[in-house]
Design a protein around this ligand. Sequence first.
Ligand code: ATP
Ligand code: MG
Ligand code: FE
Length: 346
Amino acid sequence: TIVLGIESSCDETGVGIVRLDDDGTKTLLADQVASSVELHARFGGVVPEVASRAHLEAMVPAVRRAFAESGLRMSDVDAIAVTCGPGLAGALLVGVAAAKAYALALDVPLYGANHLAGHVAADTLEHGRLPSPCLALLVSGGHSQLLKVDDLATSITELGSTIDDAAGEAYDKVARLLDLPYPGGPPIDKAAQQGDPAAIAFPRGLTGPRDARYDFSFSGLKTAVARWVEAEERAARPIPVNDVAAGFQEAVADVLTLKALRAAEDHGIDTLVISGGVAANSRIKSLAGERCAKAGLRLRFPRPRLCTDNGAMIAALGAHLVEAGVKPSSLELPSNPALPVNVVSV
Ligand code: ATP
Ligand code: MG
Ligand code: FE
């Protein structure tokens, strides 16, 4: 079974092709991503109208490249999965419209897929089926959530989420404070590796004994970094960018892994999968590795390329939906910018 996956929820036009074998094995045959990130960089964030237009221009060429990469023909496709939410309204529409057109032309079933479940599904392309249950720490530009995944295709339960900024959003905002480029994750990760994580102590949001056990808060941390930088500037001292980055990153990694391990322990879950763009972060991976080893948990995460937005993860989720016998969507499939994480397919 050949599944074509289409992703356009934010600023990446992603097209992936996955083969699902009878034994459940999923093989990645194509993974094409066209990003409009440079168009947004000078605005310090994604400009929705610019993103929609870029998707429109990039979609058909990306589909063509994916077929060239896989060596398949369009008539080989058995099913199509498309991100129908959550994401930017205009951006989602482009992918959904394209997927409907291909589904109609090729006469194959269409699956409206949840972008966030897709981020989790990315790891199955590398490490195979997820055990049931497993705990997913989903950390991306717009979301930070702890999910209990009983079945990727049908049963995802949110245990906790951020009450303000997402982890990736905090990276992007702190990068701006430090005059580092957008998106902020990669440059902060790099700067932090040259800094001292203990040089500046930044707060660990929502980790007090009376705080929600599985929820996150990153806006206080971002404000603490802003105050610290302002104070240094007032005192006319140079900003030790590497140390600030390292201290900030340590606080993020500490809270994310602490809460993930706590949730796994409380729910008797033995596998943690970290996914989403922020899962590309070196310190989050190393600290999760240390803590999971100590607690006897298995840890999985996809390679960085599959952590950020791509069509391969949507094709992988589509393959799960096919395998699970989930009912396909109608050609009237709507997109939903606020699709909740527990609605895996529409
Ligand atoms: P969502 O999935 O919530 O809709 P999104 O699709 O925009 O949001 P992703 O593409 O999954 O998010 O991730 C982008 C985010 O990942 C950005 O905020 C970026 O700064 C962050 N990021 C990328 N690489 C790293 C890294 N090495 N360390 C930390 N953050 C990173
Ligand atoms: Mg992006
Ligand atoms: Fe994403």
